[in-house]
Write a protein that binds this ligand. Structure first.
Ligand code: ZN
Length: 231
C-alpha cells in the first residue's frame, strides 16, 4: 500500500480512462502519484468476459503509467452504496491515503454510476472515523472532484477543465485497449464511438482555448495558490 496523491474511483474498468485519462497522464507527467480503483469487474457485457476485461485493463494501466490499480470486487450491475461496501472502500482509503479523490458525476442513467458516486461520498467520510475496526488509520481526503463518464447526454457547467492537449493521443490509446467495449460490434463508419469521444475532448479544449480538455465538477469552491497555471 502506498500514499497516493490522487485516486480515481471508477464503477467499471474503462470509466477512469474515459473521464480522467488525460488528466491522469497530465498529473503523472508532473510527478504526482496516481492510482485507479475499479469497484467492479464490469462484466457481463455483450462482447466481454472477466478474462478479456482484465487483460484490457492491464494494457490500459500500462499506457497510463499508474502507480497503483486495484479492484474492490463489488457486484457489477448490482452496485449499492450500502454499509458493507462503504466499510470496504473506507478501509482501502485509510491505507492508500489519497489527498484527492475523483468520483463519477452523481447524475447518470446507469445505476452503478449513481451508486458509485454516493458510495465515494460516504466512504470518504467514514475513512476518518476513530474507534472502528476498519484497517489503516483515520484519513480524510481533502477534495472530491467529479468526472464525466456518463450515459446521459447532459451538459453540466464544469468547475474547471484541464488542458490535456499533450496527452490526447495517449488517452485515446488507453481507451482503445477496451476493444470489447468500444470497438467490437460497433459501427465502423465515421464518426465511430472513438471519434465521438475525441470530438468531445476537442470541444472542452475549445472551451478553454486549448486543443483538448477534460471537464470536472466540484461541490465546494476551489482554492488557488496562484494564477500562473491558469489558461
Ligand atoms: Zn461504467
Amino acid at each position: 500500500m502506498t500514499n497516493l496523491d490522487y485516486l480515481v474511483i471508477a464503477p467499471h474498468p474503462d470509466d477512469a480512462e474515459l473521464g480522467v485519462g488525460g488528466t491522469i497522464l497530465l498529473l503523472r507527467a508532473q510527478g504526482a502519484r496516481v492510482g485507479v480503483l475499479d469497484l467492479t469487474d464490469g462484466e457481463p457485457t455483450p462482447h466481454g468476459s472477466p478474462e478479456i476485461r482484465r487483460a484490457e485493463t492491464d494494457a490500459a494501466t500500462r499506457i497510463l503509467g499508474l502507480d497503483w490499480r486495484g479492484n474492490l470486487g463489488l457486484p457489477n450491475r448490482a452496485l449499492q452504496a450500502d454499509l458493507e461496501s462503504r466499510r470496504q472502500l473506507a478501509g482501502l482509503l485509510r491505507q492508500l491515503r489519497p489527498r484527492w479523490l475523483f468520483a463519477p458525476y452523481w447524475e447518470d442513467s446507469h445505476p452503478d454510476h449513481v451508486a458509485a458516486s454516493a458510495l465515494v461520498d460516504a466512504a470518504r467520510f467514514w475513512a476518518k472515523l476513530t474507534k472502528t475496526d476498519m484497517p489503516g488509520s483515520p484519513h480524510f481526503p481533502e477534495r472530491i472532484v467529479y468526472y464525466f463518464s456518463v450515459h446521459l447526454r447532459i451538459h453540466p457547467q464544469p468547475s474547471f477543465v484541464t488542458d490535456i492537449t499533450a496527452h490526447i493521443d495517449t488517452k485515446m490509446n488507453a481507451i482503445a485497449c477496451y476493444q470489447s467495449q468500444f470497438i467490437t460490434g460497433r459501427p465502423t463508419t465515421p464518426p465511430t464511438l472513438l471519434d465521438d469521444l475525441r470530438d468531445r475532448a476537442r470541444y472542452w479544449g475549445w472551451a478553454i482555448g486549448a486543443g483538448y480538455g477534460e471537464p470536472f465538477v466540484c461541490r465546494e469552491p476551489i482554492g488557488l495558490r496562484g494564477l500562473r497555471d491558469l489558461r
